[in-house]
Design a binder for this molecule. Structure first.
Ligand code: RIB
Length: 301
């Protein structure tokens, strides 16, 4: 049995740094294009593997050069990828622009990610923790959540990219890990600080959510394990180069902490450190920290 199974997306990130985001109809120049392994699913898998967990991934890539690059990168970090199938669509792409403040804009072209079926899920290996996101077909996410629970897994859903969700899924997972805009879209409530977040999380819990961990960027992270019990951990202050995959690093770190029996708020602090280190480097998977880097960072605080 692996510690963590990820059922989700694999993307080739086509990333360019720009001085600022272009307006509608505007053309601006950026840096040379970089092709970087990414995708929320694969990022979370690599994040957990770099931290030392036994990780497996299920998804689809195209039978093309980019698909092979993504599989090679999973292999490089020890992610078990026999459940990542090559399919007759192009590998998924994410077109990413990053401005000078490290903020990004992302356009997804799902490609092979759009072909992951509920039947695929049956070939996944057993795991303690199942990580899900929303970059593969929704019916597959819904099926995977039920399948994971039926097989005794702790199911964590990162509801990204943002979309509305049925109560069946909100109540059907053990933990939701949204960011502020995702929580706002899920609940129809504004989320901009801790107090507004707690109101939105209470609304989600009224719909059956069991635990919610909210990532709040440079503010920190808030965990509500019930309406009454909340933990807030402030973010670590670092120099931001690129925020891409910070949320994925956080979730990978959180899953690893839970798989080792680490409880809140230590688990939050560990995940926060993973997110903080990621924003100090450019790109998705190359910027995810190793266990040694996280230990060193936490000891230096
Ligand atoms: O969360 C960051 C990821 O979102 C990028 O790697 C990109 O592929 C998109 O899926």
């Amino acid at each position: 049995m692996v510690d963590i199974l990820v059922i989700g997306s694999l993307n080739a990130d086509l990333a360019v740094r720009v001085p600022r985001f272009p307006g509608p109809g505007e053309t601006i120049s950026g840096t040379d294009l970089e092709t970087i392994p990414g995708g929320k699913g694969a990022n979370q898998a690599v994040a957990a593997a770099k931290l030392g967990a036994a990780v497996a991934m299920l998804g689809r890539v195209g039978d093309d050069q980019l698909g092979q690059m993504l599989l090679d990168n999973l292999g490089k970090f020890g992610v078990e990828s026999s459940a990542v199938r090559k399919t007759d669509s192009a590998t998924g792409d994410a077109i990413i622009i990053v401005d000078q403040k490290g903020q990004n804009s992302i356009i997804l072209s799902p490609g092979a990610n759009g072909k992951v079926t509920p039947a695929d899920v049956e070939s996944a290996p057993p795991a303690k923790i199942l990580l899900l996101q929303l970059e593969i077909p929704f019916e597959t996410v819904l099926y995977a959540a039920k399948w994971g629970k039926a097989h005794g897994m702790t199911v964590i859903l990162n509801p990204a990219p943002a979309r509305e969700l049925p109560d069946e899924l909100i109540a059907g997972v053990d933990m939701l890990v949204p960011n502020e805009s995702e929580l706002s879209l899920l609940t129809g409530k504004p989320v901009f600080d801790r107090a507004s977040a707690q109101i939105a999380i209470a609304a989600l819990m009224a719909r059956g959510a069991k635990q919610v961990i909210l990532t709040m960027g440079e503010k920190g992270a808030l965990a509500q394990t019930s309406v009454e019990n909340g933990y807030f951990v402030p973010a670590h202050q670092v120099t931001v180069v690129d925020t891409t995959a910070a949320g994925d690093a956080f979730i990978g770190g959180l899953a690893v902490a839970f798989s080792r029996g680490i409880a809140m708020p230590e688990a939050l602090n560990y995940a926060n450190a993973c997110g903080a280190l990621t924003v100090t480097k450019f790109g998705a998977q190359p910027s995810l920290p190793t266990a040694a880097e996280v230990e060193e960072f936490l000891q230096a605080l």
